[in-house]
Design a protein around this ligand. Structure first.
Ligand code: PHE
Length: 445
């Protein structure tokens, strides 16, 4: 097995794990889901899910990874040999494939928008332009391919070099740019309606499976339930404080989603764009705003470049889960493994892209293939993974081991230990189960 690097310095691993967490989930998916599910009420549910489920599961994953010093699959084999817990790792690999199939499609859209910004070809009816683009035949595929090629090229150079450098500088820059966009958005005439939509919870607006979607959003956004954070945990040094790292990552991640909402909904209200207009929300609303902004094309180019990089750092973490499994468990060399995984993902991804346009027959349960992959991964596989991880840490793994990890061998104080145990043992699994069953009944009834 390859020796496992540790990330240099405290900021290194936080930046890298935050690079995984922050991505299209925050800026593309959160606003679109929030817009379709009542706004403020969805935001509130999402935050509740982050606090009571996301944080404990992130800590649990970090702990498992650092204790086992290995990828997610092996971690369960090391800690609980001869038990089927490693299936959580297998499920995570399946989830990574599925997520990458639609994630890379949306990653491709960001590249198209970088080019549109640079060439200043964003004008006219933005909704029509967006829909025309994603329903096209070869263009979305070509950009998806470019996005995948970029991500896989980065993965070939190994975890540390690729991820660490970029997220340290670029994520703070993204945060800054989002703040600028928020200021512009809330000062537009007519913006207050949008702000009200996002910040005042109206529970009557929640529809059947909104709670399931908010929970899925929390898992997806924090990269939980599929072993990603287990793998990152294995890179964290023994003397690092896992709890404050998890808190910082979850805090920054939710902040970015919130800022994306504040940048988008007021602008949508000002330009009379329907908040529930679906996956195109960001790609339609922001370009309208950029067009009317001083230096708009500069901000637009910068925004889509940063969004694309945020998407790349998340994609890298997903691909790394699959590639490190192939390298460490199946003993395939890194380059051929990476190429193989890339090919498979591109095939699945092609189906996602085409299902939006020229091949609408690619659908099941009333969802097109793109939505189906999105729904299956974020609302089914990730929460299911989170459920089993909570059962594992709460009931199967010896408490002594977990406490030792979370307190860095007793050298650090973890005042929330009892709360953590209460959540991970009872609240997290029961809550996931209830949301799951009620959400699924409503989705498929
Ligand atoms: N958290 C990433 C995002 O918000 C997506 C992701 C999900 C990455 C699961 C890794 C694992 O875009």
């Amino acid at each position: 097995m390859t020796s496992r690097d540790s990330f240099s310095g405290r900021f290194g691993i936080i930046a890298a794990a935050a690079g995984s967490a922050i991505g299209l989930g925050n800026i593309w998916m959160f606003p679109y889901r929030c817009g379709q599910n009542g706004g403020g009420a969805f935001l509130l549910l999402y935050i509740v899910c982050i606090v009571i489920m996301g944080l404990p599961i992130m800590l649990a994953e970090f702990g498992i990874g650092r204790k086992a010093q290995s990828n997610a699959y092996r971690a369960f084999r090391v800690l609980s040999p001869q038990k089927p817990w490693y299936m959580i790792g297998v499920m995570g690999i399946v989830a990574a494939f599925i997520i990458m199939s639609f994630y890379s499609a949306v990653g491709g859209w960001t590249i198209e928008y970088i080019i549109r910004s640079i060439t200043n070809t964003m004008s006219g009816n933005h909704a029509e332009q967006f829909n025309g683009f994603i329903t096209g035949s070869y263009k979305p595929l070509a950009y998806q391919f470019v996005f995948l090629a970029l991500s896989f090229a980065i993965v070939m150079f190994g975890v540390r070099k690729g991820i660490e450098r970029s997220s340290k500088i670029l994520m703070p820059l993204l945060l800054l740019l989002l703040i600028i966009l928020c200021i512009r958005s809330v000062t537009l005439p007519g913006a207050s309606e949008g702000l009200k939509f996002l910040l005042t919870p109206d529970f009557s607006k929640l529809s059947g499976n909104s709670i399931l979607l908010a929970m899925g959003q929390a898992f997806f956004s924090l990269s939980l339930g599929m072993g990603c954070m287990i793998t990152y945990g294995s890179y964290i040094k023994r003397n690092e404080d896992l709890t404050s790292s998890a808190g910082m990552i979850a805090g920054t991640d939710s902040l970015i989603a919130l800022l994306a909402g504040i940048a988008i909904f007021p602008a949508a209200a000002a330009f009379q764009i329907e908040p529930g207009s679906g996956p195109g929300l960001v790609f339609i609303t922001l370009p309208v705003m950029f067009q009317q902004m001083a230096g708009g094309m500069f901000f637009s180019t910068l925004f889509f470049i940063l969004l694309c990089i945020a998407a790349l750092t998340s994609a890298i973490s997903l691909i790394e889960v699959v590639v490190s499994f192939c390298v460490e468990e199946m003993r395939i060399r890194r380059r051929p493994a990476t190429a193989l995984v890339a090919g498979c993902i591109f095939l699945l991804g092609t189906l996602c892209s085409l299902s939006l346009g020229i091949a609408p027959q690619l659908s099941l349960f009333g969802m097109n293939f793109f939505d189906l992959m999105d729904f299956t991964s974020s609302n089914l596989l990730l929460p299911a993974g989170g459920f089993f991880i909570s059962i594992y840490v709460g009931w199967a793994l010896k408490k002594r081991i977990t406490v030792k990890e979370l307190t860095s061998d007793g050298t650090l104080k973890f005042t929330g230990l009892r709360v953590f145990y209460f959540l991970i043992k009872y609240i997290v699994p029961v809550a996931i189960l209830i949301v799951f069953i009620s959400g699924l009944l409503k989705t498929f009834s």
